[in-house]
Design a protein around this ligand. Structure first.
Ligand SMILES: Cc1ncc(COP(=O)(O)O)c(C=O)c1O
Length: 368
């Protein structure tokens, strides 16, 4: 019996919605997109939400709105998906990488002050694997130094810090609906913000820089182009996939937390592996463990058809593009390097059965 790394959770009603949209002929920026934005706003308790074609697009637009440009420096985690740093690169600003906390993969906040210079205009933080960053400290440092905070919430639907949903701490938060994520629309993302100005600008930039969306045009073609925007829109059938997942997300989240506790219960006897202690504010995008014989275990999982992943293997500054551009100072990212060498992401999703977790843990405890 194989265990996939992720499994979608679409209901029959969702399939019906998608069919209705396809039959209606209205396939993009329609009422489902608006409804998805409404539901996402409610869930994250935020004022504005804009769907986008991906989290990367959302981060890119957020960086533009933050005003990052050539000559600026923006602090970015050394350990993340390269989308986080690419978003800064697109603007011409310079990336400054920050090292990682060993067990969560989040930025090591104690290093922040040393990295801030006169040129520092912003920071993008990532809530890795759903673990909230220390937002109290980060917000304090950003305010003190007048730097813009952008949250990469690609792993973090349902993650809170001090009861506040992540994405609400800075100028914006961008979420991903890539197929392995907690909410899935194929490709897709959403940006949340509490600023009307940020909302209006992101909404305009995602649709070519056109000043009126389709509902605001008095006559066909009646609009102006105010900025050099992009086509970063989400389709209506993608939005329809998202709506029922977000309205049912409380259940999804509760199940992820229950399964995380089960992993912890089964794995705590094994002193060859480590993992972050249970955190009720974490949304458990994946369940991450750390061990020195990581690749041996990955091989075993593959033989047994147990899905697993690595988030991520190589820190971003070690990727060729960044190495060439910025040079590599390995000593500055020693924790990110170690994290990259040792982490495995185990599956965790509502359809995963307890007995499947027991099987995964048995393999880990017997083979490692
Ligand atoms: C931390 C992080 N940020 C951004 C992204 C980019 O998301 P998307 O694929 O929706 O553009 C990912 C993708 O997995 C990610 O893991």
């Amino acid at each position: 019996m194989s265990i996939p790394f992720s499994k979608h959770n679409f209901t029959k009603k969702t399939y019906n919605d998608v069919q209705n949209i396809l039959e209606s002929g209205w396939l993009t920026h329609g009422k489902y997109t608006l409804a998805f934005e409404e539901e996402f706003k409610k869930f994250t308790n935020t004022k504005y939400a804009v769907t986008v074609s991906s989290c990367t697009a959302g981060l890119h637009l957020s960086c533009i709105v933050a005003g990052f440009k050539k000559g600026d420096e923006v602090i970015v985690p050394a350990m993340s998906h390269t989308a986080t740093s690419h978003a800064v690169e697109y603007t011409g600003a310079k990336v400054k990488f920050i090292d990682t906390e060993p067990l969560t993969g989040n930025i090591n906040v104690s290093l922040l002050n040393k990295l801030i210079s006169k040129k520092t205009k912003g920071i993008i933080i990532v809530h890795m694997a759903g673990f909230p960053c220390n937002m109290r400290e980060i917000v304090k440092i950003c305010n003190k130094n007048k730097i813009k905070l952008i949250e990469d919430c690609a792993h973090a639907v349902g993650t809170v810090f001090d009861h506040k949903h992540v994405g609400n701490f800075g100028i914006s938060g961008s979420f991903s609906f890539y197929p392995t994520k907690q909410i899935v629309t194929g490709e897709g993302g959403i940006v949340i913000t509490n600023s009307k100005k940020v909302y209006k600008k992101i909404k305009m930039l995602k649709g070519f820089g056109i000043d009126k969306d389709i509902t605001q045009r008095k006559k066909p073609g009646f609009y102006d182009v105010k900025e050099l925007g992009f086509n970063y829109r989400m389709t209506d059938f993608q939005a329809a996939l998202g709506i029922r997942q977000i309205t049912n997300y409380k259940k999804n989240l509760a199940r992820r937390k229950r399964l995380a506790k089960l992993y912890i219960e089964k794995l705590k006897i094994n002193n060859k592996i480590s993992f972050a202690p249970y955190n009720k504010e974490c949304s458990y995008f994946v369940f991450q463990i750390f061990l020195t014989k990581r690749d041996k275990l990955l091989k075993k999982f593959s033989e047994l058809k147990i899905g697993s992943s690595v988030h991520y293997r190589r820190p971003i500054p070690m990727m060729t593009y960044y190495k060439k551009k910025y040079g590599l100072k390995k000593n500055l990212f020693s924790d990110a390097i170690k994290y990259g060498k040792n982490n495995i992401s185990l599956p965790i999703y509502p359809k995963l059965k307890e007995k499947e977790i027991e099987k995964i843990c048995k393999v880990i405890n017997q083979k490692i």
